[in-house]
Design a binder for this molecule. Sequence first.
Ligand code: GDP
Length: 364
Amino acid sequence: EMSELRCGGCGAVIQSEDKNKPGYLPENALNKDKPLCQRCFKLMHYHQKMESHLSKEDFLKIIASIGDKDCLVVYIVDLFDFNGSLISGLTRHVGFNDILVLGNKRDVLPKSLKDHRLNMWVRRQLKNEGIKPVDVILTSGKKKLNFDEIFDAIEEYRKGRDVYVVGMTNVGKSTFINALLKHYSDVEQTITTSEFPGTTLDLIRIPFDEKSALYDSPGIMNEAQMTSHVAEKDLKTIVPQSELRPMSFQLNAKQTLYMSGLARMDYLEGEKAGFVCYFSRQLKIHRTKMANADALFDNHKELKLYPLSVDKISQMKSYEFSFKKGDKKEVFISGLGFISVNTKGKLRISVPEGVDVFVRECLI
Ligand code: GDP
């Protein structure tokens, strides 16, 4: 029955009569169980296409031109990979704009972690980056978490001005924009694209009213994230899709953990201690003795190290970290996950060259 069909993106009733009204889908494309209206379809494919063509220079040009506007900037970051999802140079360009920060993918962090604590953690990290947001709201585009609060905050902080949504690739921006579309789908005007000054890029424009609109800007990949170093097919293995399940290991010095074949942690020095690993549930973690670790890696196939795209990984690079007594820290591997460390000792982390590894204040 035609009238029952709704768009899986914006929720509008699917119709084939008027191109300019919500829910439009040409009649010859109606044979789907879960249809997407033409504009949601375009939007979903628009990011991928646009982002694959975007150079870092053009990206920064876009950010800079947003900085010149009197607008509200909605900055989406990924809570699972906070540092990896930051736009470097953002403060330089939009430092004087009002910035509303949305900490996305709340659903992958443990439920037991208090929102207040997480929110404060995000604010401290932002402060370290020199970002002074008007507000920080935790969300999950997937779970539609705190959406009413976000819509109210956007209304409050934009003060009638335009809104620009910014974020690196993979932070969940398309998912979020599609949810926004659903929220504003009663808007009579249709979504259009407009060219970004000085570039050949089109922006998606979602009107609030006659005078103001929300603009969706493209993102770029962060080369320092593991996600940029594995094949497309392996992304579903390393990007967590549900709540992280902590995995604890009691290790003696000279023991090794492999996170699939993508990362390796050698416990070089220290007493027997617990290490808690936070990675995607699909990623296999393998414990071995350091003395056997190289051979295990070389024979990864037989020993089920699940060598994700090792062909793409040319060179592993190692980093050493020392921990003092009483230190409670997390060793973070960008785009992959983290290990919490609570002991005096020394670790060596090996990852594909170019992937960021650092020690941070504990999130969990
Ligand atoms: P974009 O590149 O920023 O536009 O991000 P997408 O919306 O395409 O999402 C990138 C990846 O993150 C996809 O695998 C999504 O399924 C996933 N994702 C997006 N939003 C959420 C969220 O709220 N929670 C979780 N767990 N995953 C999300």
